[in-house]
Design a protein around this ligand. Structure first.
Ligand SMILES: CC(C)(COP(=O)(O)OP(=O)(O)OC[C@H]1O[C@@H](n2cnc3c(N)ncnc32)[C@H](O)[C@@H]1OP(=O)(O)O)[C@@H](O)C(=O)NCCC(=O)NCCS
Length: 145
């Protein structure tokens, strides 16, 4: 059966932190009120959030599905659930390998001059490290509805 996508609760906070750690993605800003979780038979099999930056802009982030359940459409269900609530512009950052994946949801890769200010300073520094492990971090945008 397909997992249920529901808003996270405070009881999910530790699981959110654990899944992010296991997925090896950014561990900052993991407040449960911003998350939805995919739950199946009482177990959380995937998570994701939209977080708000100081300037009010919104970022899709922390999308993670447990390895045993990847490629079943759970990531897509989490992303669609988060995006249906977003009327305005949404950004994300991702490894270059995932550009095609996020294009399916209406995101477009930005050139550096188009980056919002909060990414402009950070991304070049992150990419010095990313290059060492053979990847690149992209910034993508989905326009307002
Ligand atoms: C990326 C992720 C969230 C996708 O979730 P999912 O439930 O497996 O994805 P879906 O079932 O919706 O879609 C599967 C498709 O996504 C694409 N995809 C998934 N992971 C990918 C990767 N690492 N590189 C390139 N494409 C990928 C593929 O096209 C895949 O299709 P396939 O199964 O036929 O190969 C999941 O792989 C994951 O948790 N990865 C580790 C954490 C991570 O990298 N998160 C993204 C941070 S930006």
């Amino acid at each position: 059966m397909a997992p249920t996508i529901r808003p996270a609760t405070e009881a999910d906070q530790l699981t959110i932190r654990r899944l992010i750690k296991e997925a090896g993605i950014n561990r900052m800003s993991l407040q449960w009120p911003n998350f939805v979780v995919a739950e199946d038979g009482g177990a959380i099999v995937g998570i994701g959030q939209v977080k708000t930056h100081g300037d009010g802009s919104r970022e899709l982030a922390s999308i993670a599905v447990i390895p045993a359940r990847q490629s079943e459409g759970i990531g897509a269900a989490i992303i669609n659930s988060l995006l249906t609530r977003e009327q305005g512009v949404v950004h994300l950052t991702c490894r270059s390998q995932l550009q095609g994946y996020y294009e399916r949801f209406g995101f477009r890769r930005l050139d550096p001059p188009e980056f919002p200010r909060y990414f402009r300073r950070m991304i070049p520094i992150i990419n010095v490290v990313a290059r060492l492990v053979g990847t690149q971090i992209l910034v993508m945008r989905r326009e307002a509805n």
